[in-house]
Design a protein around this ligand. Structure first.
Ligand code: DGL
Length: 276
């Protein structure tokens, strides 16, 4: 049994798709969520900057003595290999668990990946899928404009702008006949009902946040790191910009009121303060 919290981070609100799954499937675990809302988006930036941000995000979570760190961010998981390789705690990214789930789900051997530009350009999902099964055909599309849609809560199933953007973005995947689409950016599971409307019932959508949480659960169980089964897990949320509506949007995405547990954090002051 291990009482330490698990740390989950993303560039913004996207990683709440992992928190949503963690609240459901890891109910005894305490969670520290870090959303870098002051620097979102990551997915249009260079490897150097994404790696620098990832190092800082991980260092923030490590100060809480987390027993497991999760990059609930497709961009960090795909691009910031150097930062990830230095994590001392058990680490979970989204690429491997989502790739495995997609390989399991596909029937026709054609998988699509929706991600940020950095994620798609890295080819991380394609390489991971083809390592598991070289015969699978993988096609990827960069969907950078879907990130601000989620950050602004434009995610309702009837949102015409979201529907049109998704229709255009996934056309190449549909033309390729994919039967499985990895929502390779953790912002996108929040748009799953809209994506499902365009992709249709025959296409399986893989929720990266959920898959990452399932892998975390396995790691905790197998290494005797789970918390006491009688403990009611709590979550704390830290963001780097006080967007007025963070709590409001987070409440919608999580289906629970988090306003009392969300705080603004200045990474520089936090670092400085703790070192003094
Ligand atoms: N949620 C992130 C991802 O999974 C990043 C979106 C962004 O910051 O561009 O890739």
């Amino acid at each position: 049994m291990d009482k330490r919290p698990i740390g989950i981070f993303d560039s913004g609100l996207g990683g709440l798709s992992a928190v949503r799954a963690a609240l459901k499937y890891l109910p005894n675990e305490d969670i520290i969520y870090f959303g870098d809302t002051g620097r979102v988006p990551y997915g249009t930036r260079s490897e150097k900057i994404i790696t620098q941000y990832a190092n800082e995000d991980i260092a923030f979570l490590e100060k809480f003595g987390c027993k497991l760190i999760m990059a609930a961010c497709g961009t960090v998981s795909s691009v910031a290999r150097d930062a990830i390789s230095k994590v001392k705690e058990p680490f979970v990214g989204v690429v491997e668990p989502a790739a495995k789930a997609a390989v399991k789900a596909t029937k026709n051997g054609k998988i699509g990946v929706m991600g940020t530009s950095a994620t798609i350009n890295s080819g991380a999902f394609t390489k991971t899928i083809n390592r598991i099964n070289p015969d699978i055909e993988v096609s990827g599309v960069s969907c950078p404009l879907l990130v601000p849609l989620v950050e602004n809560n434009w995610i309702d199933e009837d949102n015409q702008i979201a529907l049109e953007m998704i229709r255009r973005y996934i056309k190449p995947l549909m033309d390729n006949g994919v039967d499985t689409i990895i929502l390779g950016c953790t912002h996108f599971p929040h748009l799953a009902p809209v994506i499902a409307r365009i992709a249709g019932d025959d296409v399986t959508l893989i929720d990266t946040g959920y898959e990452a949480v399932m892998q975390a659960k396995t790691i905790l169980d197998e290494n005797n790191l789970s918390n006491d089964k009688t403990h009611q897990g709590k979550a704390e949320y830290y963001i780097t910009d006080e967007t007025q509506n963070f709590s409001q949007i987070a409440n919608t995405l999580l289906g629970t009121d988090i306003s009392d547990c969300a705080s603004f954090i200045d990474l520089n002051i936090f670092e400085h303060g703790l070192n003094e």
